[in-house]
Design a protein around this ligand. Structure first.
Ligand code: PMP
Length: 358
């Protein structure tokens, strides 16, 4: 979270702008909270240039929740008539898309159209080779694999690949760090807790023509049509998380919007990858063509030094660098709120640690 956002939330905690109540104490249907919600949606739309034919939904359930909510919403209607039941295509580029395919298989047939598991999630299989189904209800990909550090720098144009299915994008861990090519997207979803705000809020952006494809078993509170028609108030929304995300959106605008975030993401990532690539001690194993700008996994070539590396990092105030248990090594997350100075401090630690070990 940007520090200024936390300070503002603290200052407004007991009394939001003279109303005499804090945001957590407001009725979600009262005019004060409605104005917070409306402003948050407008700022999000402005920042990401969301076209008018897309609805912005503030939901709950996180990225993993959407793995079930998406097939529940997109596999009814005509898709359900497919021989053998509805099918969805999955492009597996890391642990999160793998989880999406598994979860969806409870609600439809999951077809793996491409899979980089054999090369340990280090490359993105070229789109021209994806085995897309003829009648898929949707095609799912994770545009930034948070654990494996693999990022799509461009989204595929499914129509040019011969698929008429809508593209579903899990952009949880890099939303707001670059523009979104909406003409290629049917649904984009993101848990807020990386670039947008605190945990508890899931932002879902749905093209309007996809709102009425739900399976009959879809829970009402998770049905996109219900959520859209009720301005995300079908049930009580995560009000405080929406308020906090709204403050983050205003902070992003003050910083220069998504284009500024985009430039900073490139600058921060280049600094760190350059340091890793030049060193004899560290390595990043992901194909440079699809390295993530948000999550940089790296390994020490001498794993016996891992604990010392982490301990000395902690002494410098550099925290949460241990890699995900499925990958090992280290991982640096460079989300929007991480300033360039934070990455400079990390690079300094990498160099100092290598020098003293040489
Ligand atoms: N997708 C991606 C890309 C993620 O990074 C995460 C969380 N790290 C998830 C899904 C799961 O999100 P949640 O914990 O909000 O369900």
């Amino acid at each position: 979270m940007p520090e200024s956002v936390l300070a503002q939330a603290a200052a407004e905690m007991l009394d939001w702008r003279g109303t005499g109540v804090g945001v957590m104490e407001m009725s979600h249907r009262g005019s004060a909270f409605m104005s917070i919600r409306d402003q948050a949606e407008q700022d999000f739309r402005d920042l990401l240039q969301v076209p008018p034919n897309f609805r912005v939904l503030f939901m709950q359930g996180g990225g993993l929740g959407e793995n079930a909510i998406v097939p529940l919403n997109l596999c009814g209607g005509a898709a359900a008539q497919a021989q053998g039941g509805p099918v969805a295509d999955f492009v597996i580029t890391g642990g999160w898309s793998q989880k999406s395919a598994q979860e969806a298989s409870k609600f439809c047939r999951s077809h793996v159209a491409a899979n980089n598991t054999p090369d340990q999630h280090r490359h993105i299989p070229p789109a021209e080779g994806w085995a897309l189904s003829r009648d898929a209800a949707y095609v799912h990909l994770c545009s930034n694999e948070t654990v494996h550090g693999v990022e799509f720098h461009d989204l595929p144009d499914l129509a040019s690949l011969g698929s008429a299915a809508p593209l579903v994008v899990d952009c949880s861990s890099h939303i707001g760090s670059r523009p979104m090519p909406w003409s290629r997207v049917g649904v984009a979803f993101a848990g807020a807790q990386k670039n947008l705000g605190p945990a508890g809020l899931t932002v879902v952006v749905v093209r309007e023509d996809l709102l009425d494809r739900a399976q009959p078993i879809c829970p009402s509170a998770f049905q996109y049509r219900n959520v859209a028609d009720n301005q995300s108030m079908y049930n009580t929304p995560p009000t405080f998380a929406i308020y906090m995300a709204g403050l983050v959106f205003q902070w992003m605008k003050q910083q220069g919007g998504v284009s500024a975030m985009d430039q900073q993401a490139s600058a921060k990532a280049a600094l760190l990858y350059d340091c890793i690539d030049r060193s004899g001690l560290y390595e990043n194993r992901v194909d440079p063509a699809c390295r993530s700008r948000m999550n940089v996994p790296f390994h020490l070539k001498e794993p016996a030094l891992n604990e010392a590396f982490l301990a000395q990092a902690q002494e410098r105030g550099l925290l949460q660098l241990k890699g995900h248990k499925s990958v090992g090594g280290m991982r640096a997350s460079l989300y929007n709120a991480m300033p360039l100075s934070g990455v400079q401090a990390l690079v300094e630690h990498l160099r100092d640690f290598e020098r003293t070990r040489a």
